[in-house]
Design a protein around this ligand. Structure first.
Ligand SMILES: Cc1cc2nc3c(=O)[nH]c(=O)nc-3n(C[C@H](O)[C@H](O)[C@H](O)COP(=O)(O)O)c2cc1C
Length: 458
């Protein structure tokens, strides 16, 4: 199952062709799922043919490139079609493995997602292979891939057991009914901040639609709520990588996405993403919007915003998704204020949470508060920095220029002047036994802090 919008020109598929050469005794059928998703979606017969192929197979290989922490929107849409068209049964008890290719930026979240989908489909999941895009070029790494696939074949031939990792999602049956109208005096002053909510569901009467209405009513002035289904997006990212050179998307002039992103999304001060959980993520429509925002490749477009999520569905049972939410916001250099869901509490409690969410968003926006990055943002930035500085600079020239201009390369440790001076001074000293034995490390660590605490107003 080829999850690359590039079809046969996919790097990931070279891994499959390699196996085909090594084990020609087996039959291989590659289905270009992501590239032909429109046909699959519009032509039920084509979808049926794919399902028949799966039915007749002994094993299924999900192979895909990482797209913004997950699979691409086209592949996600195919996964949605499986349940929409009640085709889950053919996947049951089918042996499966998952290979992704990427630069290892959030490949674990994409792999977690696919593993949970395989478990939901009751497949016999043998394992995953999170390859670097270039792994196949190295003999030892090729051998590793071959061993992995041989173990997959071994499983099929011997009917070996496989472990499960994900319990089915449990959705609570709950209707959120917002309480009475909020008193004008209690409404939150926006202080001129531009507040935007993007959602894939805005209908009143649904839990999410009602939550958004309640959130909007928390403010003393009108805020904008936009349904991403109404945005003119002609299709998902096709990985032409034209954007790599100058951040110009090949869809320019063909649809309204760039204008939407630059004139509406990027100009907001407070930005809320809202959606209904669909399988183990949001909708493929949401994914399409996030993939298309990749025309700015590895540079942030939402810097300094206060952000948050309003979600309908069992988010707490999908920590993998929360991690993606947080990681995405940290990478953008914005601030994750909170995630409000309809999973817990009464309608009154959700009312109170939404109201206080509104208050905190404005408070933090006024204070320009951005909390420190965790590993999710720090680690992700380092992967981008190294890749753009190094092997992928020629592809992403626009990122390289941006990184140079905005000091991203100053974070290389060899450019850290303070650390360099410190090491020059202390390393020769620490090598002297007498000095080292006398040194109180705890005190040394505290020395610079004492200065700050002596005069906290400095
Ligand atoms: C829109 C887009 C998003 C991407 N997102 C990620 C990502 O989140 N993490 C990562 O490590 N690589 C990411 N990549 C890199 C691809 O996953 C990688 O180049 C992959 O090997 C391409 O495989 P393919 O030729 O089979 O499509 C992205 C590439 C594109 C075009």
């Amino acid at each position: 199952m080829n999850g690359s919008p590039k079809g046969n020109q996919s790097v990931t598929m070279q891994y499959i062709l390699y196996i085909k050469k090594k084990h020609p005794e087996h039959e291989y059928n590659i289905v270009n799922v992501a590239q032909t998703i429109k046909k699959i979606e519009n032509d039920e017969k084509r979808f049926g043919d794919i399902i028949n192929q799966i039915q007749e197979s002994d094993g299924v290989i999900w192979g895909f490139p990482l797209y913004v922490m997950l699979v691409c929107s086209q592949y996600k849409r195919f996964i949605e079609l499986i349940s929409e068209r009640n085709a889950e049964a053919v996947f049951e008890n089918k042996y499966t493995i998952v290979i992704s290719t990427s630069i290892h930026f959030y490949d674990h979240t994409a792999q977690n997602y696919m593993q949970s989908i395989c478990d939901d489909l009751k497949m016999k999941y043998v394992g995953n292979f999170p390859a670097d895009s270039w792994d196949l070029l190295w003999p030892k790494r090729r051998a590793r891939w071959l061993s992995f696939v041989e173990e997959f074949i071994n499983h099929i031939e011997n009917n070996f057991p496989t472990s499960k990792h994900y319990a089915p999602l449990n959705k609570r049956a709950f209707n959120y009914n917002p309480g009475k109208i909020i008193d004008e005096s209690k409404k939150i002053d926006t202080h001129g901040k531009k507040i935007l909510v993007l959602s894939d569901e805005t209908k009143e009467g649904t839990n999410l639609g009602n939550m958004l209405k309640r959130f909007r009513d928390s403010f003393s002035t009108e805020i904008e709520i936009l349904n991403i289904n109404d945005v003119d997006i002609k299709g998902g990212c096709i990985s032409c990588l034209q954007c790599g050179y100058d951040h110009k998307c090949s869809y320019i002039g063909k649809d309204g996405f760039i204008e939407f992103w630059e004139n509406i999304v990027m100009t907001s001060d407070i930005l809320i993403f809202a959606g209904v959980i669909k399988d183990r993520y949001l909708s493929s429509r949401w994914k399409m919007a996030l993939d298309r925002a990749f025309y700015m490749t590895h540079t942030p477009t939402l810097i300094g915003k206060q952000m948050g999520y309003i979600i309908s569905g069992p988010l707490s049972q999908i920590p993998n998704l929360t991690e993606m939410f947080q990681g995405h916001i940290e990478l953008q250099g914005s601030n994750l204020v909170d995630i409000i869901t309809d999973e817990f509490g009464t309608s009154e409690e959700i009312d109170a949470l939404l109201h206080d969410f509104a208050r905190r968003l404005v408070t933090f926006s006024k204070a320009d508060y951005i909390k420190p990055l965790t590993f999710l943002g720090e680690g992700g930035r380092k992967i981008f920095r190294d890749d753009i500085y190094g092997r992928n600079r020629f592809v992403f020239m626009a990122d390289h220029e941006y990184y140079e201009k905005h000091g991203f390369y100053d974070t290389f440790p060899q450019n850290d002047e303070r650390a360099k001076k410190l090491n020059e001074k202390l390393i020769p000293l620490i090598k002297i036994d007498k000095v080292r034995n006398k040194m109180n490390m705890k005190q040394e660590f505290l020395r610079p802090f004492l200065k700050v605490l002596e005069d906290p107003n400095k």
